[in-house]
Design a protein around this ligand. Structure first.
Ligand SMILES: [Mn+2]
Length: 362
């Protein structure tokens, strides 16, 4: 008989999972051109700095179910504004997940579903649309949209979308440098967290030599890489590990595909909350010979939330978009109708044909 963990006091609606946005479709700058075009006089960095310098009060938001990039970039943006002598209100719809609750300044992030106030602009970090925030009332503000998802849309009054950025935090770092503010150890810790988590500990995403150069600069600026990794990866609630066990007991493999799932009953039995589901899909993806993996989580109303992952050969963002979701090429999500057998049949049909289309090595 296993002793179950006490029910954690956490907001069950908070989860960082698959809060992706995705096409470098609409930026005021050339999409995906990295640092080259963004820093020019007419580029988005200059446009954003003009708005920030002119205004006094700003609202800084990110997507619902905030992940490491959302939390870290919101906090760092707040610090940037503070150094510029501005006032900043930091708001996300859901509470900050446990893994990020020890970041500097985190108590400054307010959880709300409606925003309202005398703001000179609202800054939206890593949202491919206003609805990603799950915040009401944003429409009335001057909107600054900063995103790195391939599905990024130019819905703001100023749009800076750079799909080459490893995290939105990297973009905030570039903005801070352009603004001439000091990257304090606190800001560096927040920004390092964005890079660490959005690259899966430097293992995927828009990973390049410049990602490691950025990590180096942030460590030089005072980010404690060991402490941050300990907090993010080695401080899991027991319920999360118990939930992973439940999911692993449902693990299935078929050729280069693997999948696993959890039900509402599993969630209840392990006392898990939504954010505990984050990362479970990686157990399936981590199997040798697997090209794509999916994790299905039963929602209270009987639908299934899917986390799709690929190792590079399968574009899971394209599959997720066909099914009404979205994401990155290697990491995406969507929601399908239940029951489990129906959702599985739907996603496996897509994945089987995607895997069949991969050229087999000789
Ligand atoms: Mn991100």
């Amino acid at each position: 008989m296993t002793h179950l963990p006490p029910k954690p006091e956490r907001d069950p609606s908070a989860s960082p999972e698959d809060s992706f946005g995705h096409v470098c479709a609409g930026s005021n700058a050339t999409p995906g051109d990295g640092a080259a075009g963004d820093d020019t006089a007419g580029g988005p960095i200059a446009q954003i700095l003009r708005v920030l310098r002119k205004g006094e009060r700003f609202l800084v938001c990110s997507h619902s179910r905030p992940d490491g990039d959302a939390v870290g970039s919101v906090l760092a943006f707040g610090m940037l504004l503070e150094q510029m002598g501005k006032r900043a209100d930091l708001v996300t719809a859901d509470r900050v997940p446990v893994a990020y609750r020890r970041l500097p300044g985190v108590s400054g992030i307010r959880s709300a579903l409606r925003v309202h106030g005398p703001y000179d602009a609202a800054i939206l970090l890593e949202c491919d649309g206003l609805e990603r925030t799950r915040l009401r009332g944003l429409e009335e503000f001057f909107l600054i949209n900063i995103d790195h998802h391939v599905s990024g849309q130019a819905y703001g009054h100023v749009n800076w979308i750079d799909c080459q950025a490893a995290s939105v935090g990297e973009m905030v770092y570039r903005l801070a440098k352009a603004a001439g503010v000091t990257v304090t150890p606190e800001m560096a810790a927040c920004l390092y967290t964005t890079v660490l988590t959005d690259t899966g500990s430097f293992s995927y995403g828009a990973l390049s030599a410049s990602t490691f150069a950025l990590a180096r600069e942030l460590v030089l600026a005072g980010a404690d890489a060991t402490a941050i990794a300990q907090e993010v990866y080695y401080s899991m609630p027991l319920a999360k590990v118990m939930l992973a066990g439940a999911a692993l007991s449902n693990l299935q493999r078929e050729g280069r595909l693997a999948w696993l799932w959890i039900t509402q009953e599993d969630m209840a039995r392990t006392h898990a909350v939504e954010e505990d589901c984050e990362g479970i899909v990686n157990f399936a993806l981590g199997i040798a010979g697997i090209e794509a993996a999916v994790f299905l989580r039963e929602l209270p109303e009987g639908h299934f939330r899917l986390s799709l992952r690929g190792k590079g050969e399968v574009d899971v963002a394209a599959i997720a978009e066909r099914l009404g979701g979205g994401g990155h090429v290697n990491a995406a999500g969507c929601t399908l109708e239940g029951p489990l057998e129906r959702a599985l049949a739907e996603i496996l049909a897509e994945l089987r044909s995607a895997v069949a289309a991969i050229a087999r090595p000789d």
